[in-house]
Structure formats: C-alpha cells, structure tokens
Design a protein around this ligand. Structure first.
Ligand code: COA
Length: 260
C-alpha cells in the first residue's frame, strides 16, 4: 500500500512510522487509520522488522486527535464503525508481538494520546502535551482512552483527565505514569531508538512472550494470568535462546540470541 499520510522506513530492524499531516497537526483521518492498519500488519508479519517507533511529523504535534472535520460529518452508525475501526488498528499494534514505542514529540491529544497508550512504552519530549479533550467537543474517547488510561494511571486520575478534558505537560504525564521517560526534544528519537535497541538485544522470544503475558494477562483473572505466565515460562525452556542466555551468564560472557 503506498502511503500518503505516513512515512514508513525500516532501518536495522526498526520500523520508524511517522504520522505525516503536519499542517493538520497529524490528526487521524480515515486515511491515516487505514495506512496505520497496513503499517501495523507489516510490523507484525515482516520478519526483518523486530520493533517499531511511532512519532509525528514536525515540531508541534505527535497527533492532535481524530480528525474533527471528519467527525463532524458522522452519524451514530458510522461513528460506532469509526471507533471500532480505530480500536482494532490500535489493538493490532498493541498485540503485534514486537515492542512498539511512541516517541511523543508534541501534542498527544484524544486519538493521539490513545495511539501513544496503545504503544508498549512512551518516551516524551519536554514539550509534549497529553490529554483526552473529547468532552469539550461533546464526544467521548473512542479509540480506547476510557479503557487504557485507567489501566495505565488508575481510575481516579483517568476519570479526572477524561471528565475535565485537561491538558497536562510531559512532567505531569511522567509523574502519573502515563509516560516512561521525558527527554529533551532534540534527542527524542535517538533516546527512543536507544531504549528500543536495548530491548531488541534481549532474547526476542522472551520479549515476545513477556509482552503477550502482560497484554493478555491484564484482562484475565489472576489465576488465569498466572497460568499463562507459567505456560510461557515452560515454553521458553524449549528454546535455544533460554539455554544460551543461562549458559552465557554462568560462563560470564554476553549471550548471542537467535530468536529460536
Ligand atoms: N482534527 C482536525 N484538524 C485539526 C485537529 C484535529 N484534531 N487539530 C488541529 N487541527 C488543525 C487545525 O484545524 C488547523 O488547521 P487549519 O490551519 O487548516 O485551520 C491546524 O491543524 C493547526 O491547528 P491550530 O488549532 O491552528 O493550532 P494551535 O497551535 O492554535 O492549537 C491545539 C493546537 C492542539 C491546541 C488545537 O489544534 C486543538 O485543540 N486541536 C484539537 C484537539 C482535540 O480536541 N483533539 C481531540 C479530537 S477528538
């Protein structure tokens, strides 16, 4: 699929995905969502892609939300369809089996905050701003904000953000656990890439199953989640990577993982 609204660039195993509508602050219109779906699929299935970084074009915005011009035209059924479509695209990213990091370079509002939350880790530049301002427009979050925000920061703070539509800065987002790290704007991509490359140097099957246990386990009972974890733990014992990781530790050398 040729991209009109995304830049998609694979460098040394990392897919760099840039939402590229800077004149509209990278707002998520239907075209962006379709292209993000194609990008998520590539990240999931292409074996030369080991992880991904999502960011926004320009200095000002990561993504300033769903495209309000398109939302203004919707009726109840296409509104629901739009929410389901956006949710499934973000869920595909979240469950793609590879680490996906958001490099939040400016406004991450509404669908932008929701996209960042569907990523596994969030690195924010000092000038990033976060919020779920939908209620100011008479709508409510539709791309997972009501579900992922309370899971990340707890119900009380999530409700405060969702019900007031307040915008918070990067330091406050860090304080409440919405972002993992705040860095100077000039080093955002380099720091995010360094974090991801560190993860990619770990056992890839272990990373994949740890991601899956957290993503799936959070929606299970404790006993079901613990069983999933134990199954993964056992499964990893069948891999060459586990043998290599443990042997290398005992031999005081750096492991070389092969992903099998
Ligand atoms: N959807 C569609 N277009 C958007 C947009 C969105 N979510 N957010 C910004 N834009 C467009 C603006 O309409 C403007 O387009 P124009 O130049 O053709 O008029 C352009 O992006 C620049 O935005 P502007 O509002 O002029 O920038 P600003 O610096 O004054 O304000 C924001 C920045 C982020 C505070 C402001 O754009 C805003 O509040 N955006 C909407 C945020 C939101 O409610 N998101 C949730 C949507 S569900």
């Amino acid at each position: 699929m040729p991209y009109d609204t995304l830049l998609f660039d694979v460098r040394d195993g990392i897919a760099f995905v840039t939402i590229n509508r800077p004149d509209k602050l990278n707002a998520l219109n239907d075209r962006v969502i379709d292209e993000l779906a194609a990008a998520a699929e590539r990240i999931a299935v292409e074996s030369d892609i080991k992880g991904a970084i999502i960011t926004g074009a320009g200095q000002k915005a990561f993504v300033a939300g769903a495209d309000i011009a398109e939302l203004s035209q919707q009726g109840p059924f296409d509104g629901k369809a739009r929410a389901l479509r956006g949710q499934s695209v973000l869920r595909r990213l979240e469950t793609c089996g590879k680490p996906v990091l958001a490099a939040v370079n400016g406004f991450a509002l509404g669908g932008g905050c929701e996209l960042a939350m569907a990523c596994h880790l969030r690195v924010a530049s000092e000038n990033a701003k976060f919020g779920q301002p939908e209620v100011k427009l008479g709508i409510a979050p539709g791309y997972g904000g009501t579900q992922r925000l309370p899971r990340l920061v707890g119900k009380g703070i999530a409700l405060q953000l969702i019900l007031t539509g307040a915008t918070i800065d990067a330091q406050e987002a860090y304080r409440i656990g919405l972002v993992n790290k705040v860095v100077p704007a000039a080093s955002l991509l380099a720091e995010t890439e360094a974090l991801l490359r560190g993860i990619l140097s770990m056992g890839p099957l272990a990373v994949r199953l740890a991601l899956e246990a957290v993503e799936r386990g959070l929606d299970m009972s404790l006993d079901e989640g613990l069983l999933l974890e134990a199954n993964h733990f056992g499964l990893l014992a069948a891999t060459r990577d586990m043998k290599e990781g443990l042997t290398a530790f005992l031999a005081k050398r750096t492991p070389t993982f092969e992903g099998r």
